[in-house]
Design a protein around this ligand. Structure first.
Ligand code: ZN
Length: 338
């Protein structure tokens, strides 16, 4: 039998980085699979469009990278929605990824508390989020059931929440690194800031389930004095997660370092394969028609309450597009439709 892997030519990794791509990789010797995401214009379009305070934008950028890394693993047409709800200055983050590669995002925050956090230099993600939960929803369309996974937010950041989720809900040893930063670039009207973001995700997926059991299982409600059953971590996973821990922010953000080169830098001793990179772009799914349908689902009295200066104005929270309707536009069509 011929080995299909032998047919793949070995070549030097690409030098030039390509923004707005998702690069899948595999390290067979370590039973590791993962993805590297680099975002330039995609994340800049979303964050610049909202003009949130810098720490809020940065936090939403991290949520965007995480969502793109997780959503791009969907094997079918659908949406992957990540949403936080918590009691910190940033009340809510919503990131909506639609296969094969479009993303939109928005945040809801308390402006006074965010300003106070900035003044006190308490802008770490865990402090901005506070306590609450993070929900991940997979939506395959109106006729399919939704899947939702929940993980508590307890003052930690999104990386910690992702580790917690995969450890408890999926029982897949997982490590993620997320990085977001602004760079200043010369432009026609003077220097302008641009947002960049990047991330890496690695999962330990051995053929034998036994090997993926994790050592950090919580003893739960066991009575005091019970011997905690400590499972030694698999050597391959210890090596894999240790390598991921060495990735620093600049490696995830530097446009001069390609995703391929980063994968090579991390895993070349073990042999790493990369697969075809997939593109990702910022794009909202709202339309005049979808807003009209949404308005039609409200009661007449709710719609009456929305009329200002003789018009109903709806602004999309994701992309700031504004849709203006005459009140009778909706009512009139409502009558003909019934
Ligand atoms: Zn929109």
């Amino acid at each position: 039998m011929t080995n299909p892997e032998l047919a793949i030519p070995v070549r030097e990794p690409e030098q030039t980085g390509s923004d707005d791509t998702i690069l899948p990789f595999a390290v067979k010797a370590l039973d590791l699979r993962g993805r590297i995401v680099r975002l330039g214009a995609a994340v800049d379009t979303i964050l610049t469009g909202h003009d949130y305070p810098t720490p809020v934008a940065k936090l939403l950028g991290e949520a965007i990278v995480l969502t793109v890394m997780l959503g791009s693993a969907l094997k079918f047409e659908g949406r992957f929605i990540l949403q936080t709800k918590s009691d910190g200055p940033v009340r809510m983050l919503v990131v909506d990824f639609a296969s094969p590669g479009t993303v939109r995002a928005c945040a809801s925050f308390d402006a006074e508390r965010v300003a106070a956090a900035i003044a006190a230099n308490a802008v770490e993600p865990g402090k901005l989020l506070g306590h609450g939960h993070l929900a991940m929803t997979i939506d395959q369309g109106p006729d399919m059931s939704r899947y939702q996974g929940l993980v508590p937010l307890e003052g930690g950041d999104l990386e910690q929440a992702a580790h917690e989720y995969f450890s408890r809900s999926e029982q897949i040893p997982t490590r993620v690194r997320l990085a977001v930063a602004e760079e200043f670039r010369a432009g026609a009207g003077g220097p302008r800031r641009h947002w960049r973001a990047g991330g890496i995700l690695a999962q330990f997926l051995p053929n034998s389930i036994e090997r993926s059991r994790q050592a950090d299982l919580d003893p739960g409600d066991a009575p005091p004095g019970t011997t905690v059953h400590v499972l030694p971590e698999d050597d391959a996973w210890v090596e894999g997660r240790s390598l991921i821990a060495t990735v620093n922010d600049i490696e995830l953000l530097d446009p001069a370092l390609s995703s391929e080169r980063l994968a090579y830098r991390l895993f070349h001793e073990r042999g790493v394969r990369v697969f075809r990179a997939a593109p990702v772009q910022a794009q909202c799914s709202c339309s005049r028609k979808s807003v009209e349908n949404m308005l039609r689902s409200f009661s007449q009295s709710d719609r009456d309450d929305m009329v200002e200066n003789g018009r109903i104005t709806v602004t999309c929270e994701f992309c700031n597009s504004t849709y203006v309707f005459q009140p009778d536009e909706i009512t009139a069509q409502d009558t003909t439709a019934s």
